[in-house]
Design a protein around this ligand. Structure first.
Ligand code: SAM
Length: 351
């Protein structure tokens, strides 16, 4: 599959316009704070953006970030501005043509930003151990529409677990399906190259994440994908695809379910650009100043990550009150966020 994908992204596609589906590239929801950062990025880099989501979580200054399947480098150069001169962003990709564009414009971005804080490496995301990256050395690993293209997703997840610092997170956008994809569709080079037929069935993704010790994957946002090309749509039939962004924290004490220990957090409102609320995921919009009941896993994600100093933490896990209400097991995509803004405001869905 590597050769098929290298050919697709190195030779078949010349720009975003050549894509046959909307699987990649949704710029409709781009936040306003991102626009000036993208305006600093070279046009040729932007023209070869093939991502499917936004991989810029909050609070990045000074962070060390790894971008898996960085392509021509759009996200690397956006993140480079967010981590600033004290941070660093490493992009890895296997396709020469994509990396050539990323590297060709490196000096342009050094001049624009006033510092040089990016590195591009050629490599396979299933073989990150060949790149001499130190274990436990990245605050955040991102990836934008790439994991679906990998023939060995378990190897990728294992490397991510190894390379993240404790408390770090894998924050990534990808394509998922509502069921397992039949092999004859996986073998179709265009469906695969367009980021569709390599997509994981969402429940299998959760299993894979848990197997790699990411015990509580959190869905941040999602959107259904429209297959606009009629030939591709006919092949796909009734399979539904979604673009989704997940965050997986490397925290050894997470449990495999959301347990209720009677804990709560208070957000201070101290993260730049987030004075009113903090979004952990699709089900946790934590308003500034409010006492916000959380399960044990959410408590730990906030307390043992870079977010800790922006929260007050109430309680500990010495008592147990059962399962946290609404810890569900149904298709997580496709509906508006059920915003939990306080105790018992709605179903109290946790994850
Ligand atoms: C859909 S594009 C996304 C590129 C980039 N993330 C962006 O947002 O523009 C997929 C990229 O992942 C790279 N890629 C796919 N599978 C890979 C693998 N196994 N190892 C390294 N790179 C891979 C491809 O070369 C291509 O540049």
């Amino acid at each position: 599959m590597h050769e098929v994908v290298q050919d697709y992204y190195g030779k078949q596609l010349q720009s975003t316009e050549d894509l046959k589906t909307s699987a990649c590239c949704d710029i409709s929801n781009m936040p306003s704070w991102l626009k000036p950062l993208l305006a600093n990025i070279h046009d040729e880099v932007l023209s070869r953006y093939y991502g499917c989501g936004l991989v810029c979580p909050a609070l990045l200054e000074g962070c060390r970030i790894l971008d898996l399947g960085c392509g021509s480098g759009r996200d690397v150069y956006a993140l480079a501005q967010l981590v600033g001169r004290t941070g660093h962003v490493v992009g890895v990709d296997m396709t020469d043509e994509q990396l050539a564009i990323a590297k060709q414009h490196q000096n342009y971005h050094v001049d624009k930003f006033g510092y040089d804080n990016v590195t591009f490496l050629k490599g396979y995301i299933e073989k990150l151990d060949e790149l001499n990256l130190d274990p436990n050395s990245f605050d955040i690993i991102v990836s934008n529409c790439v994991i679906n293209l990998s023939p060995d997703k378990a190897a990728v997840m294992a490397s991510v677990q190894r390379l993240l610092k404790p408390g770090g997170e894998f924050y990534f956008s990808d394509v998922y399906a509502d069921r397992r994809i039949p092999q004859h569709l996986v073998n179709d080079p265009v469906l695969y190259g367009e980021c569709l037929s390599g997509a994981l069935y969402w429940k299998d993704f959760e299993r894979l994440a848990r197997h790699a010790d990411f015990l509580d994957p959190r869905l941040v946002e999602d959107r259904p994908l429209e297959i606009t090309d009629s030939l591709l749509a006919a092949k796909i039939g009734d399979i539904q695809f979604f673009s989704a962004t997940y965050r997986l924290f490397k925290i050894a004490t997470l449990e495999d379910a959301c347990e209720d220990h009677g804990q709560a957090v208070i957000y201070y409102g101290t993260i730049d650009q987030l004075p009113h609320h903090f979004n952990l995921d699709k089900h946790h919009t934590i308003e500034t100043g409010r006492v916000f009941p959380v399960c044990g896993n959410t408590f730990r994600m906030l307390k043992e990550s870079r977010f800790a100093k922006h929260f007050d933490f109430i309680g500990d896990d010495s008592r147990h009150y059962g399962i946290f209400a609404g810890c569900g097991d149904i298709l997580p995509f496709g509906h508006q966020a059920d915003i939990v803004s306080g105790p018992f405001v709605n179903s109290g869905s946790c994850c």
